[in-house]
Design a protein around this ligand. Structure first.
Ligand SMILES: Nc1ncnc2c1ncn2[C@@H]1O[C@H](COP(=O)(O)OP(=O)(O)OP(=O)(O)O)[C@@H](O)[C@H]1O
Ligand SMILES: [Mg+2]
Length: 250
């Protein structure tokens, strides 16, 4: 469903151009949950922004359902690390905002926003403003906002990095439930190996602008932290990230 064909992306540097993505190719199936891991600066956000249509490749192309990605569209939603909510709008206004530009009437906008807030178990907070919500609740609103357009693809850029560990665990559980319920395709960027193993069917590891490896995580859900299988997956991904005597291939 998602296809990256020999994508490179160059940024103008101060002295010389910088190659943030170097001939990247991969596919993601419809309904798949893929986590993308890699060291800071290896190109994860750049890759996501190309799929979102925020930036274009310098070479190659990104396709969704066979169509070349050229600009943002409601079939793809993105959730950022920071709480990118409008502070002057209530939760429900934040969630329904994106539907306005799609020409959807007020009643339907409200109904769909409530439906999306229910999905993240936050309908009771619909009238609250961002400053009246906890960090985890704000990120739930951001997830609801990304779901309200019924996207086929959810792009998530370290969405739970800023919340505490307990809330993070809850949000991870919620996301898995949502993914199973609505069958959306998810590409999720994280620095946490633990998070990737808990969530993903496949972990893709990036190094310096290239895909260094891709590993199917076959263990059934829910994944048990502390299990032997979990530890084995952890080691394999860690080796791909940091390299080892075998060259770090997975
Ligand atoms: N607009 C830009 N102009 C110039 N260089 C950029 C731009 N955006 C990204 N880069 C560079 O491209 C490289 C990849 O950046 P990117 O944001 O994709 O990394 P990342 O893997 O998401 O890192 P992090 O884990 O820290 O978020 C970095 O070296 C970054 O400095
Ligand atoms: Mg990033």
């Amino acid at each position: 469903m998602i296809e990256f064909r020999s994508v490179s992306r160059c940024f103008e540097g101060k002295n010389e151009p910088f190659l943030a993505l170097d001939n990247v190719s991969f596919n993601i199936d419809s309904g798949e949950f893929v986590c993308l891991l890699g060291h800071s600066g290896c190109g994860k956000t750049t890759l996501l922004h190309i799929l979102a249509g925020f930036i274009t490749p310098s070479a190659g192309e990104a396709l969704i359902d066979g169509e070349r990605v050229e600009k943002p569209a409601p079939d793809r939603s993105i959730v950022f690390q920071e709480y990118a909510l409008f502070p002057w709008m209530s939760a429900i206004q934040n969630v329904s905002f994106g539907l306005r530009s799609l020409g959807i009437g007020k009643t339907e906008r409200t109904d769909r926003a409530i439906e999306a807030l229910k999905m993240v178990r936050l309908e009771e907070c619909a009238r609250r403003y961002p400053h009246e919500l906890s960090g985890g609740q704000r990120q739930r609103v951001a997830v609801a906002r990304s779901l309200v357009t019924h996207p086929a693809v959810l792009l998530m850029d370290e969405p739970f990095a800023a919340v505490d560990a307990l809330t993070r665990g809850e949000l991870q559980g919620d996301l898995l439930r949502l993914w199973k319920d609505i069958g959306v395709t998810i590409l999720f960027v994280t620095h946490s190996i633990d998070e990737a193993i808990f969530l993903a069917q496949r972990a893709m590891v990036m190094r310096r602008g290239a895909i260094a490896g891709s590993r199917t995580i076959a263990a059934p859900y829910p994944r048990l932290r502390g299990s032997r299988e979990f530890a084995l997956e952890y080691r394999a991904i860690e080796e791909a990230l940091y390299g080892n005597q075998y060259g770090g291939a997975i």
